[in-house]
Write a protein that binds this ligand. Sequence first.
Ligand SMILES: [Zn+2]
Length: 156
Amino acid sequence: MEKEVLRKELKVSAIENGTVIDHIPSSTVFQVISILGLSSIDNQVLFGTNLESRKMGTKGIIKVKNMFFAASEINKIALVAPTATLIVIKNFAVVEKKPVFVPDTVEKIVKCFNPNCITNHEAIPTQFQVIDKKELKLRCHYCEKITAKDNMTFIS
Ligand SMILES: [Zn+2]
């Protein structure tokens, strides 16, 4: 019994310090890696796709050693992986575990879909109101056009 619990703990705490992004939809693991720029950092990054999940059927997971994400990065994760859970590990122990939330407003991290939008022509940071958190629809503060999940481009 105790061994079983320990093994489960080890699965999650396999890194000494860092962040585990759990419950990522398998199809968006590589997108999360890309928007967080994890392919070009020196930290150790471990990831898996199509892992068994009782909750989701299959899921993806990313573990980043010695990295703790800022609010703006967590917002990016929420936009592509709204089901994700963030687990903060310190000294092999889980110190924080929280779901990500799609924010009410999105600033700077997404490009406006409208080619004529002022944000695509001048050095003005983008700003959106999230009008549909489930389908992920963002209304531009400047041109009021809707940027949706399918035509969303991230500014890295
Ligand atoms: Zn716009």
